[in-house]
Write a protein that binds this ligand. Sequence first.
Ligand code: IVH
Length: 681
Amino acid sequence: MNKEEAKIRIDQLCEELQEHNYRYYVLAQPSISDYDFDQKLKELEALETQYPEFVRPDSPTKRVGGEPTKDFPTVKHKYPMLSLSNSYSLEEIKEFDTRVHKVVGQEVEYVCELKYDGLAISLTYANGILTQAVTRGDGVRGDDVTNNVKTIRSIPLKLRGDYPPEFEIRGEVLMPRTEFERLNREREEIGDNPFANPRNAAAGSLKMQDPKEVAKRKLDAFLYYIPHELPGIKTHYDALKKARSWGLKISDNMAICRDMNQIMEYINDWDKGRQYLPYEIDGIVIKVNDLSLQQQLAYTAKNPRWAIAYKFKAERVETLLESIDYQVGRTGAITPVANLKPVLLAGTTVKRASLHNADIIAQLDVRIGDTVYVEKGGEIIPKIVGVNLNKRPAGAQPVKFIDRCPECGTPLIRKEGEAAHYCPNEDSCPPQIKGKLEHFISRKAMNIDSLGEGKIEMLYDHGLVKNVADLYDLTYTAILGLEKVIPAEEGKKEKRLSFREKTAENIIKGIEQSRKVPFPRVLYALGIRYVGETVAKKLTAHFKTINQLMAASFEELILVEEIGEKIAESVLLFFQKPVHQEIVTRLRAHGVQMEIKETQVSEPQLLQGKSFVVSGIFERHSRDEIKALIERFGGKNVSAISSKTDFVLAGANMGPAKKQKAKKLGISIISEEDFEEMIRQ
Ligand code: IVH
């Protein structure tokens, strides 16, 4: 492919991927498979690295382009971000309707919308490109979180159709329930406090310093308000419909209501229906549709007079806390679970509720025998929100958190600053062993999909596999015919699982094939605490072989990009243990990948022998991309400027101290363009 062809292909891929993103995230009607999408994205990434000069600012690869931020710049809102006055009863809605009629003196049409329980955001589009995203803040000034918001797939980076040259649109960033639950499970596993609700989780996510981390949080957004006039548009409803035609995500659940009865019907429908939504709503919003009537009604100091929020009451029941169970997770984190006297709540019977950790138990001061309040706001998982002290039985004692593991009896530990208690017996506590094995075979790790959860359990129960290295000792004859009987449960028949020829063959084949899995994924598969996929990639890219990683000191570990003290400690601790050293030795003996296979040199080594310090923020590449380019072209990245440094690649925001030092040592300071020129062939 020549340069011209590359440019055409890049443009074509950008447009295609934008269209697929729109269909997937905005319309929820994808028209290609995830796999095909990823292939196209990879092709685009490859072309963009080869031809950085053709990278477009709206490229779908640029969703996670920004560098980490310490403090978000404060931005003054062009139009203040007001909140709505709340109401909790139909009476109050009637009063609102009466006030509106008094002012306008004519028939009024309302638009009813869902009240999303997230955090408000204001987006600016200039010439169809998303240029700024600001939080509500105090309503006058908010935080510029543009780089983080760009990671939200349902927010288009580029619009389509006949959008005006510049406009603002407001909406709500939210976290879908399934993502919230996944995130909290993950947090509890690593000892972080869980978020209380999806709104807090969304807010916490948008304020994270690293857009890459935000991208992992799978946030979503709905847009619901344009705070200024649009040419030719006379109603709120039409404004949103227009915005939808530009590719923006507008809810399908808006309704025009012409009287109180219709409003009440909308409220009642959604009070029942909200439990089926994939995200939480905490009420509905009623807005006067006609924009000139909105103007006439105007604002109080805090709220528009043309809109009101109706908040749902959370359903709450009382029930008895009978006992507390303690569950042990893959990492040894202990989760207390309340056993409740079964009670009907919002259509389902509730028997159990998570109590999260010892702090939460202490905060609620729940005691066995207490009558507790259980709530189901919009959430699927019910929550204990308090205790009815009037019904506390005499002599009820505060809960004493267990001090030994319920599974293996090992004394629990609790690290300073962490919320969770842990069972430290990671290599012999049954749920931890099984959890580790399940993690090892999982898709992003060794991807042995012939071994699902149930099968691992079977191998473990038969004493065939006690750690991940044992998997590679399995033979066809050893596993053929293994059986397990799953006893009958309420309404279900007894089940028999057994390894027949085909199953046994597939398992052995799957394990065999996993030897080809590249080293970064192997390291991730080992299940070292805090070593997720990204960290595993960083560590392996830096140390290249497991031997060098195992030999690394604390100081050497924290020198690696993105490796902090917590991770470094965890890695050291892991490899210090003789059992883990033995597992590594055995895995290696079985042919599992324990080093980075150097990719063949395909680029001319134009930067051979040159060392670079990369600093600041760049326009067309992320810092990591630049560093990768330096290495691909044979150069070396160093972290600090010294007399041996050849070039300082300076982006915006590079600190003055660094600049001075480079000047003093006579080192060339080059720009992103200079660098591109250096590697142009
Ligand atoms: S309209 C000037 N519509 O609820 C009116 N707000 O206090 C601007 N919210 O701050 C807001 N869903 O964060 C509007 N469909 C919706 C909404 C909504 C949720 C939030 C928003 C606002 C708060 C009301």
